[in-house]
Design a protein around this ligand. Structure first.
Ligand code: NAD
Length: 290
């Protein structure tokens, strides 16, 4: 029997690559339900599988903020079960906190946090009844340590850590494994899709000059990190496959292969001050040191 996989956010990026890889698995091990909020965007995924794999791939509409769309997908799964649930959909929000509207902050939390949680909620009873399952979540190093100008995004990703860790403890008793695939920068549409306050935006007129110059530095740092250190989606997919194939998967996978130094520092220096200083130096460079 094929393993039934459901993935959220498959119109681009990590979700798309993972759907393509699993649907085209040479052993035909997986039946993939690739879901996306907007089916008008399915061409890219279809192009990648070149119209093949009709027996291993189904594309369905699902908006993780819309409970009914999640339930509709659940009803359309022919096998009536999901063995591997991949919660991947997510969006970013970047800019000085004082200009973020309540609506845009709410939207990020709706998608990243509540969207992930309500997707898991919908498939959990069935997985518990099966007495087995995998829940994999695309996590972020922004869920492990804070990033300036990403307060709400980090809040959403930190929250995911808490939700997943809590669930993992309980689900041990149901033979359901929860794993976070912790990504650093990845070459995807993420930067294009995120809600970002641009330097020329009118809203920035109300922001003090020091914040503005730090934001400019941050954007430069961010640009160079994505240019020089970003991983490709294939690298992330490999880590996903490790987790999927492992008989006893870890709770956290770091896609870079090692625990990032700043994450390590949080453990060895739990009072936090060194970690915060190190992050500031990393992003704003030594000139800002006081
Ligand atoms: P991406 O923008 O290409 O993919 C995100 C996908 O989520 C898109 O297909 C988008 O349409 C979808 N999505 C957004 N809102 C949705 C909704 N309401 N319902 C369903 N789908 C929705 O970027 P990506 O990098 O592939 O992002 C995937 C995940 O990886 C996200 O959770 C993101 O936070 C995480 N991540 C990305 C990076 C990075 O640098 N790219 C780093 C760390 C973590």
């Amino acid at each position: 029997d094929k393993k039934v996989v459901l993935i959220t956010g498959c119109s681009s990026g990590i979700g798309l690559s993972l759907a393509v890889r699993l649907a085209s698995d040479p052993g035909k091990t997986y039946k993939v339900y690739a879901t996306m909020r907007n089916l008008d965007k399915k061409e890219r995924l279809l192009d990648c599988v070149k119209g093949l794999h009709k027996d291993t791939l189904d594309i369905l509409q699902m908006d993780v903020t819309d409970r009914q769309s999640i339930l509709d997908v659940r009803d359309r799964i022919a096998e009536k079960r999901v063995d591997i649930l991949v919660c991947n959909a997510g969006v970013g929000l970047m800019g000085p906190l004082e200009v973020q509207s309540l609506d845009s902050m709410r939207q990020i939390l709706e998608v990243n946090l509540l969207g992930t949680i309500q997707t898991i909620q919908a498939f959990l009873p069935e997985m518990k009844a099966q007495g087995q399952g995998r829940i994999l979540v695309t996590g972020s190093t922004g869920g492990l340590h804070g990033l300036p100008f990403n307060e709400v995004y980090c809040a959403s990703k930190f929250a995911i850590e808490g939700a997943c860790e809590s669930l993992a403890v309980l689900l041990l008793h149901f033979n359901i494994h929860v794993s976070l695939i912790e990504c650093g920068p990845v070459n995807t549409d993420f930067l294009v899709n995120l809600q970002k306050v641009e330097l020329g935006d009118l809203s920035l007129q109300q922001v003090d000059t020091q914040t503005l110059s730090l934001y400019e530095k941050f954007l430069q740092h961010c640009g160079s990190i994505f240019q020089n250190a970003a991983q490709d989606t294939e690298d992330i997919v490999k880590v996903y496959l490790d987790a999927i194939k492992s008989p006893s998967p870890a709770f956290r996978y770091f896609t870079g292969g090692v625990v990032p130094p700043l994450t390590q520092m949080k453990i060895t220096e739990p009072d936090g001050s060194q970690c915060i200083r190190a992050m500031s130096e990393l992003i704003f460079s030594v000139e800002e040191k006081q």
